[in-house]
Design a protein around this ligand. Structure first.
Ligand code: NAD
Length: 286
C-alpha cells in the first residue's frame, strides 16, 4: 500500500494479521490494579490469548503473586509489580522494571480505580483528590509512560500492526451522572476526554487508544449492589438485559480490543453494560 504524499511521514500501513493460533502471541501487557475483580479477569484473558503479563497491584500482594504463579503454570510469562498508579515515580519505576524484564510494552490496560463515596456537601478534598488521583491522574501517568515506549519502539510487524494499544477502563458513569459519587463520575468523565484527545494525538504513530465502559459487573467494588436478593432486584431495574455482568466478559472485550482484529477501532468508548446506557426508565414507554 502506498500512502498519499501528504501522509508520507506516517508509518507504512501493515494489514491486520489473523494469527492462526494465539490472538496476542508475543505481546507484552501491563494491567494495573490486576490483583482483583476486572483487572484480574483481563490479565487472565490476555494471558489465555498468548500475551505475557505484568500484574500491577498496590495492595493484596499475596493475591497478585498467586495470579502471577497461576499464569506461569499455564505457560505464560508473568510477574507482579507493586506500584501506586497515582505516584509518578512509582509508575516510572514500574515501566522501567517491565521493559528491563520483558523488553517492551505492547498493551497497557489502565484498570486501577476506586470509589470514595459521600453526599456532595460532605465530600472532603482528600476524597476528591484520591479518586481523581487514582482514576484519572493514574491513567494519565501510565498512558504517558506507555506512549513514550510505543514511540521509541515503533511498529514491529512481527508482533502487531500497531505500535501499541492503550485500553482505559472507564465506566458507564463517563456518561451517566451519579449522585453521591460526584468524584467518581468526574474522574470517569475525565477519562473519556483524556482517552479521545490522546487517541487523536497519537494516531499518526499507530498507537491505538480506546476505553471499555463496564456497567454493573460482579466485583468487590460494588458488592452492596448485588450481594443480597433485594439489592440485586433493585439493580435489575437499571439493566435492560436483566443480569449482572461478569468480570470475564470485560476480559474478553479487552482481548479483542487489544488485538489486531480491532486494528481500525480507535478512540471509542465500548460500553459493555447489558444496556444500562439505554435509559432503562423508558423501557415501558416512559
Ligand atoms: P476492584 O476494587 O476489584 O479493582 C480495583 C483495583 O484497583 C484493586 O485491585 C485495587 O487494589 C486497585 N487499585 C486501587 N488503587 C490503586 C492504586 N493507587 N494503584 C494501583 N492499583 C490500585 O474493582 P473492579 O470492579 O474490578 O474495578 C476495576 C475498574 O473497573 C475500576 O477502574 C472501576 O472504576 C471500573 N469499573 C467497575 C465496574 C463494576 O461494576 N465493577 C463498573 C464500571 C467501571
Amino acid at each position: 500500500m502506498n500512502a498519499p504524499a501528504r501522509y508520507a511521514h506516517l508509518p507504512e500501513p501493515v494489514m491486520p494479521r489473523c494469527p492462526a493460533q494465539k490472538l496476542l502471541g508475543g505481546q507484552k501487557a501491563l494491567v494495573t490494579g490486576a490483583s482483583s475483580g476486572i483487572g484480574r479477569a483481563i490479565a487472565m484473558s490476555l494471558a489465555d490469548a498468548g500475551a505475557d503479563v505484568v500484574i500491577n497491584y498496590v495492595s493484596g500482594e499475596d493475591k497478585a503473586q498467586a495470579l502471577a504463579q497461576e499464569l506461569r503454570e499455564k505457560g505464560t510469562r508473568a510477574m507482579a509489580i507493586r506500584a501506586d498508579v497515582s505516584d509518578e515515580r512509582q509508575v516510572s519505576s514500574m515501566f522501567s522494571t517491565m521493559i528491563a524484564e520483558f523488553g517492551t510494552v505492547d498493551i497497557l490496560v489502565n484498570n486501577a480505580g476506586l470509589q470514595q463515596d459521600a453526599p456532595f456537601h460532605e465530600l472532603t478534598l482528600a476524597q476528591w483528590n484520591r479518586v481523581l488521583g487514582v482514576n484519572l491522574t493514574g491513567q494519565f501517568l501510565c498512558a504517558r509512560e506507555a506512549v513514550r515506549e510505543f514511540r521509541r519502539r515503533g511498529v514491529n510487524p512481527e508482533v502487531s500492526c500497531s505500535a501499541g494499544k492503550i485500553l482505559c477502563i472507564s465506566s458507564v458513569h463517563e456518561v451517566i451522572p451519579w449522585a453521591g459519587h460526584v468524584n467518581y463520575a468526574a474522574s470517569k468523565g475525565g477519562v473519556m476526554l483524556m482517552m479521545k484527545s490522546l487517541a487523536q494525538e497519537v494516531a499518526p504513530y499507530r498507537i491505538r487508544v480506546n476505553s471499555i465502559c463496564p456497567g454493573a459487573i460482579r466485583t468487590p467494588i460494588n458488592m452492596e449492589a448485588w450481594d443480597t436478593p433485594a439489592a440485586y432486584q433493585e439493580l435489575m431495574k437499571l439493566i435492560p438485559y436483566k443480569r449482572i455482568g461478569e468480570a470475564e466478559e470485560i476480559g474478553r472485550a479487552a482481548t479483542w480490543l487489544a488485538s489486531d482484529y480491532a486494528d481500525y477501532v480507535h478512540g471509542i468508548s465500548l460500553f459493555v453494560d447489558g444496556g444500562m446506557t439505554l435509559y432503562p426508565g423508558f423501557e415501558t414507554g416512559g
